[in-house]
Design a protein around this ligand. Sequence first.
Ligand code: TUI
Length: 312
Amino acid sequence: MIKTELCELLGIEYPIMQGGMAWVSTAKLAAAVSESGGLGLIGSGHNDAQWVREQIKKAREITSKPFGVNVMMMSPHVDQVMQVILEERVPVITTGAGNPAKFIPQLKEIGTKVIPVVPSVALAQRLEKAGVDAIVAEGMESGGHIGELTTMAMVPQIVNGVNIPVIAAGGIADGRGLVAALALGAVGVQIGTRFMCAEECEIHNNIKQMILKAKDRDTSVSGRSTGHPIRALKNKLTKHYEELEKKCAPIEELERLGIGRLRAAMIEGDSETGTVACGQIAGMVKEIKPAKEIIDEIMEGANVVLRNLGVG
Ligand code: TUI
């Protein structure tokens, strides 16, 4: 039995959070993960407050266990989405792609646990001072918007740099990854890519199939020159983007190329000219299965590693 501080903090059975991925993490996936003993998260992405409210209600129809919402700080709807979170008294939020400090006092007032996703020690320390409950340290192995550091290098540095619990993310998909994260001082993991191939995940089947076929070197990072680097599976879009970046195309042209492309991939199944955001660990995802089986397998795998190490 692996129980950590994260289980107590969130009222969950296993120290596994599901990434709150834009256009991927709907109520159906989040509720399935929560029902299975992890913490499911609804990914608000660029969606408006009304969509987020509907998703929260839908998740509550499926599960009475705690779940959370990920708030994408670059969304134009961020203020209204935070308002819905306050009104619906969502127990946990994670945030991505920015700094949630200004919302912390209100969220703390109603007891919502605030867990920002950060790419560096400096931001983790700033947010600790602002009163967050825990930190997700997300390495650049992850899919979507990423920082510069790897999980292996960043997690122990953040663990040393703050006095709040740290959750590791980026490049984790099985029990070995979970134990490795615990060895680095984390209290749990956030897993995204593997849950994209959960049965309950509602992304287009084309994208699930592309992940199942992916090998270790099949992702690349686009947009370093714009300041918003995104990791995704290589396709026609990433190749076109790379050519434009090599030619030092204007930032506006590069940014235009990315608009609406994440939705095109995940919802419409556009695997060639959509942004198929996923992490480097995609090469290890080989099956579509229910969230419960994914979680049970991760926990079983972690227990095997511990037994082999002579621990516990
Ligand atoms: O947020 C993510 N992953 C994402 S968000 C996303 S949607 C998007 N659309 C357009 C542009 C950008 C994103 C797809 N994938 N992961 C968590 C994460 N947060 N990774 C890195 C960061 C981050 C970066 C800078 C967090 C805070 C930050 O702070 C800057 C500051 O304000 O100091």
